[in-house]
Design a protein around this ligand. Structure first.
Ligand SMILES: NC(=O)c1ccc[n+]([C@@H]2O[C@H](COP(=O)([O-])OP(=O)(O)OC[C@H]3O[C@@H](n4cnc5c(N)ncnc54)[C@H](O)[C@@H]3O)[C@@H](O)[C@H]2O)c1
Length: 255
């Protein structure tokens, strides 16, 4: 904890997919806890909106338009972050998409899109920040996986494959970079109420109620409940945790 009692005092934190849902909630929470937040997203309008809200509360934020699946965008994202803040302490690989289809329904383009964003995006962003974390012999990388990366989730073939791969990439990176003092963990949310899932614009009330009931706690999660776990892993409070997965799923995978 910093001198002001903040849990991420002055930690430069890149959050991908920060314009909406879990990323947005995390950007706001990290900033409230003293982080200098870099918000990366393809959605410029919403991303700038979140960054402005953080700045209006007197905290530091920088929005960078970046597609995590594009190497040039990620190179620029890292360069701009270093130019402004000099260091990178935390990377929250959060950007992701869901194409909820079984294998036979997915066309090749959709399969590639899910893999490019959910898995290759984590490779590109992590590779981009690693030299800076290695330079300071410290860093925390948090990958946003899913319950669908741990157990099968019907009708989500590419999504399950991408998130399952992310779980083992996390453990591989934890082992490879422990020597540099870099911790790598993943988080596995259950169904969380965000525009990706339980948005009333894309789903009926009845469907939402059914999805909520799949969790033993009898409800869906809130973006803030995921953000608090990411905050813990980003902070020095979790200094002996690496290569771990934390379930945030209301008991879903305990069954
Ligand atoms: N909502 C859930 O129930 C749930 C459950 C488990 C895991 N997750 C994971 O949490 C993460 C965030 O999901 P969410 O529910 O907040 O979704 P969301 O759709 O609300 O937000 C995702 C954000 O990622 C951005 N994004 C999409 N493609 C991108 C790209 N190529 N480059 C940069 N940004 C991009 C979007 O513009 C959006 O702002 C995802 O990785 C998702 O798989 C979500």
């Amino acid at each position: 904890m910093g001198q002001n009692g903040k849990r991420l005092e002055n930690k430069v934190s890149i959050i991908t997919g920060a314009a909406s849902g879990i990323g947005e909630a995390s950007a706001i929470l990290f900033a409230r806890e003293g982080a200098k937040v870099v918000l990366a997203d393809v959605n410029e309008e919403k991303g700038n909106g979140v960054a402005n809200r953080i700045q209006n509360n007197g905290n530091e934020a920088l929005f960078i338009k970046a597609d995590v699946s594009k190497q040039d965008d990620i190179k620029k994202m890292v360069e701009k972050t270093i130019e402004k803040f000099d260091v990178i302490d935390v990377l929250f690989n959060n950007a992701g998409i869901a194409r909820l289809k079984s294998l036979h329904e997915l066309d090749e383009e959709e399969w590639n899109q899910v893999m490019d964003i959910n898995l290759k995006g984590v490779y590109l962003c992590s590779k981009g920040v690693l030299p800076y974390m290695q330079r300071q012999r410290k860093g925390s990388i948090i990958n946003n996986s899913s319950i669908a990366g741990v157990v099968g989730f019907p009708g989500a073939a590419a999504y399950c494959a991408s998130k399952g791969g992310l779980g083992l990439l996390t453990r591989n990176m934890a082992l490879d970079y422990a020597i540099d003092g870099i911790r790598v963990n993943d988080i596995c949310p259950g169904v969380i109420k965000t525009p990706m899932t339980l948005d009333e614009e894309t789903m009926g009330r009845k469907q939402i109620e059914e999805m909520e009931k799949v969790h033993p706690l009898g409800r869906a999660g809130k973006p803030e409940e995921v953000a608090y776990t990411a905050l813990f892993l980003a902070s020095d409070e979790s200094s002996f945790i690496t290569g771990s997965s934390i379930m945030i799923d209301g008991g879903y995978t305990a069954k």
